[in-house]
Write a protein that binds this ligand. Structure first.
Ligand SMILES: Cc1cc2nc3c(=O)[nH]c(=O)nc-3n(C[C@H](O)[C@H](O)[C@H](O)COP(=O)(O)OP(=O)(O)OC[C@H]3O[C@@H](n4cnc5c(N)ncnc54)[C@H](O)[C@@H]3O)c2cc1C
Length: 567
C-alpha cells in the first residue's frame, strides 16, 4: 500500500500486494477487445477528465466502469491519508462484491488521466454477468478476490474496537465476517495508544465494543441491526412490492432456494434475522459435502452461495428477521422486526434450527464470553494454548473437538451418553481416538459455571460415580443439537409433536382438515398445510440434518413454487 500520488509518469498497474496469494492478473484482469466489445453493448462510452470522481466511498448503486483510454485510481480514504488500492488501465474494470448487492462503495474511483470509459449501470452489469459466462467468470472472480484482499488488509469502512473479554466483540466480529464485510480491528487489551482515540470519542468501558462506521458514526455496543443499517446492507432493497417468493432464512437451504429461484427468473427476497450461513456458517470444516474432498469451512461455502444468489439477482435482507406470518389471506404477508410488511405470492420457510442450551441458571452471563455455539477460526483465536471443553456426541461436536485440538492445549469432549458410536460418524470417532490432545469423558455433564466478566471455572459431574470435578477452564463449545425455529409462525402451519413443520405426504387427511386445506389437490412435496408455503432444511419434519439435504430441498421447493405460481 502507498499514499495516493498523481503524476505524469506512467502509473504502475497496481500498488496492492496480494495477502491472499491470488495472482494479480486474476484480481485485476485485463479484458480482451472482443470482451470489451460485448460490454460496450450494455453501456455507454464517455470521456472522463483528470480528477473526476466516478464513485465515492459510501455511494450506492454505483455503475461499473471499463477503462478504454487513460487510468483510474481506486482510493480508500482513511483518517491517516488516502490509500491507493489500485490503478486500472486500459481493458481493466472497477468494482467488487458490493456491486452485486447494490451496497455502498467501499472505495473512491477517481480519474488519474484524461481518457475514455464504458459506463454500465448496475442493472445492466447484473444482466451481463447472468448471460455472458466468460465475462461473468472473469468479473466475479475479480470481485471476490478484491473483497478477500480488502478483508485481509482490514480495508473496510469500519473500525472495530473490542476486547476478547467482551461478549459483544465476538458477536460483532462474527456478524461482519459472515457478511464478508472487511474491517480493521483494534484490540483494546493490547493497544495502549488507543486510549487517546477512546478519549476523543468519550468512550467508557461499558460502551465496548465500539464500531466506527464510515469514519463518522460511532456506534457503542451496537446491535447487528444497527450495524446493518449503518453500513447500508439493506438500503437498496424495495420491501413493498409483491415478490414471487420470499425465503425466510439464509442458511444452506434458504440460499440454495434463492440461487435456483433467482436463476430461474423469479423475483426473490430472502429475509435473514442474523447473517447468512445458518448453522453451517458456524462449522470450521465441512468434509462430507459433495465436491469438496479437502473439506471447506461452512463460512466459505455459504459465503460463495450468498454471492451466487446475488449474482442471479436475489435480494437478501440482513439482520431483519420474520416476526409473524399473516396467513389468513393472499397474498401472504410477512412482518419483520422493523419496516413494512412484506407481501409474497409464495413463501419458503428455511429458518432451520436453534442450538439447544445447557440447563444452567447463569448460562446467559457467559454466552460469547466463554460459552460458544460455533467453532470457527474466530473462536479458535480466543482460546489458543488453553484447555477447552466441547459438549455433545454428534458430528458437529466431533468436528469442533478435532478442530480445536489443533490450537488448544487440551480438549475435553463431554457426552452424557456412554459412548459416541451411536451418534457420530466413524471417521470422526477414529480421529478423536487417535488424537492425544482430546480426552473423551462419557456419562459426564457440566453442572456449574463461574467467573466475573468471562467464564473462569467449570464444574462437571461424572454421572456414574457422582464425582464432581472443578477445572480452571475458560472456553466451552456447546454442540448439543438444535430445536426448530418456528415460533414466528404462530400456528399458521401444521407441526409434528417435536415442533418440526409437516410437509407433503406427512400431512394426514386429519391434518389437512384441521388446517382447512382449500384445494382439490394434495400438498406438493415440501409444501406445508398452507398452499404455496413450503418448508425446507432443518426446520422440516423428517429432514436429514445435513448441508446436502438442506441444499437439495431448497432446490426442489423452487420447482413446486413455479407450479403454484401457475395455478
Ligand atoms: C457446528 C456445526 C457443524 C456442522 N457440520 C456439518 C457437516 O460437516 N456436514 C453436514 O452435512 N452438516 C453439518 N451440520 C448441519 C448443517 O449445518 C445443517 O443441517 C444445515 O445448516 C441446515 O441448513 P438450514 O438452511 O436448513 O438451516 P440453518 O443452517 O439453521 O439456517 C437457518 C437460518 O435461518 C435464520 N432464521 C431463523 N429464524 C429466522 C427468522 N424468523 N427470520 C429470518 N431468518 C431466520 C437463521 O439465522 C439461520 O441463518 C453442522 C451443524 C453445526 C451447528
Amino acid at each position: 500500500m502507498s499514499d495516493t500520488h498523481v503524476s505524469d509518469a506512467p502509473p504502475p498497474q497496481t500498488s496492492l500486494k496480494s495477502l491472499t496469494g491470488q495472482p494479480l492478473d486474476h484480481i485485476f484482469p485485463t479484458l480482451t477487445p472482443a470482451q470489451i466489445a460485448r460490454i460496450d453493448a450494455h453501456g455507454r462510452r464517455r470521456m472522463v477528465r483528470r480528477g473526476e470522481v466516478l464513485a465515492n466511498q459510501g455511494d450506492s448503486g454505483v455503475p461499473f466502469y471499463v477503462v478504454i483510454r487513460g487510468y483510474l485510481d481506486i482510493v480508500k480514504p482513511s483518517g491517516s491519508g488516502d490509500v491507493l488500492l489500485a490503478v486500472h488501465g486500459p481493458g481493466q474494470f472497477t468494482g467488487e462484491v458490493n456491486m452485486l448487492s447494490g451496497r455502498r462503495a467501499l472505495a473512491r474511483a477517481q480519474v488519474r488521466e484524461d481518457g475514455e470509459v464504458i459506463e454500465v449501470e448496475r442493472e445492466q452489469m447484473l444482466m451481463l454477468v447472468q448471460t455472458d459466462s466468460e465475462i461473468s467468470e472473469i468479473v466475479l472472480r475479480a470481485f471476490i478476490f478484491r473483497r478477500l484482499e480488502m478483508i485481509a488488509h482490514g480495508l473496510g469502512d469500519v473500525v472495530l474496537l473490542g476486547s476478547t473479554h467482551c461478549a459483544g466483540t465476538l458477536r460483532v466480529k462474527e456478524f461482519l465476517t459472515r457478511n464478508g464485510h472487511p474491517y480493521a480491528y483494534i484490540d483494546l487489551d493490547r493497544d495502549a495508544d488507543v486510549q487517546l482515540l477512546l478519549d476523543r470519542f468519550n468512550i467508557v468501558p461499558n460502551d465496548v465494543p465500539v464500531l466506527i462506521c464510515r469514519g463518522e458514526l460511532v456506534l457503542r455496543n451496537p446491535t447487528n441491526r444497527q450495524i446493518a443499517e449503518c453500513l447500508g446492507f439493506n438500503e437498496s432493497i424495495d420491501q413493498t412490492h409483491i415478490r414471487d417468493v420470499v425465503i425466510v432464512g439464509a442458511g444452506p437451504s434458504g440460499l440454495a432456494a434463492a440461487v435456483y429461484a433467482a436463476s430461474e427468473g423469479l423475483d426473490v427476497l430472502v429475509l435473514e434475522s442474523n447473517a447468512p450461513g445458518g448453522q453451517a456458517g458456524s462449522s470450521s470444516k465441512i468434509e462430507n459435502y459433495l465436491g469438496f474432498p479437502m473439506g471447506i469451512s461452512g463460512n466459505e461455502l455459504t459465503g460463495r452461495a450468498y454471492t451466487q444468489a446475488q449474482k442471479f439477482g436475489a435480494q437478501v435482507m440482513i439482520a431483519q428477521g420474520a416476526t409473524k406470518l399473516s396467513c389468513d389471506r393472499k397474498p401472504y404477508a410477512i412482518e419483520v422486526e422493523s419496516g413494512p410488511r412484506i407481501p409474497a405470492r409464495t413463501i419458503i420457510i428455511a429458518t432451520g434450527a436453534e442450538y439447544r442450551k445447557l440447563s444452567i441458571d447463569n448460562l446467559d452471563e457467559f454466552e460469547n464470553a466463554g460459552v460458544y455455539y460455533g467453532a470457527t477460526f474466530i473462536e479458535a483465536q480466543l482460546c489458543g494454548g488453553e484447555d477447552v471443553i466441547v459438549i455433545g456426541g454428534g458430528n458437529s461436536a466431533g468436528q469442533a473437538a478435532v478442530f480445536m485440538a489443533q490450537t488448544a492445549k487440551h480438549v475435553h469432549l463431554l457426552v452424557r451418553s456412554t459412548g459416541l458410536a451411536d451418534s457420530m460418524s466413524r471417521y470422526l470417532i477414529r480421529r478423536i481416538e487417535d488424537n492425544p490432545n482430546i480426552t473423551l469423558r462419557t456419562s459426564t455433564e457440566i453442572v456449574g459455571l463461574e467467573g466475573r466478566e468471562h467464564l473462569e471455572r467449570v464444574q462437571w459431574r461424572d454421572n456414574r460415580t457422582g464425582d464432581l470435578d472443578t477445572r480452571e477452564i475458560r472456553h466451552i463449545f456447546v454442540m448439543t443439537g438444535a430445536a426448530p425455529t418456528t415460533r414466528w409462525l404462530d400456528g399458521c402451519v401444521t407441526v409434528d409433536p417435536r415442533g418440526f413443520i409437516k410437509t407433503g405426504m406427512d400431512l394426514t387427511p386429519d391434518d389437512l382438515t384441521a388446517a382447512k386445506w382449500p384445494l382439490p389437490r394434495a400438498p406438493h412435496l415440501l409444501e406445508t398445510s398452507l398452499p404455496g408455503v413450503f418448508a425446507v432444511g432443518d426446520v422440516r419434519g423428517g429432514n436429514i440434518k445435513r448441508v446436502a439435504s438442506a441444499v437439495g430441498e431448497g432446490a426442489i421447493a423452487v420447482a413446486f413454487v413455479h407450479q403454484v405460481l401457475h395455478e
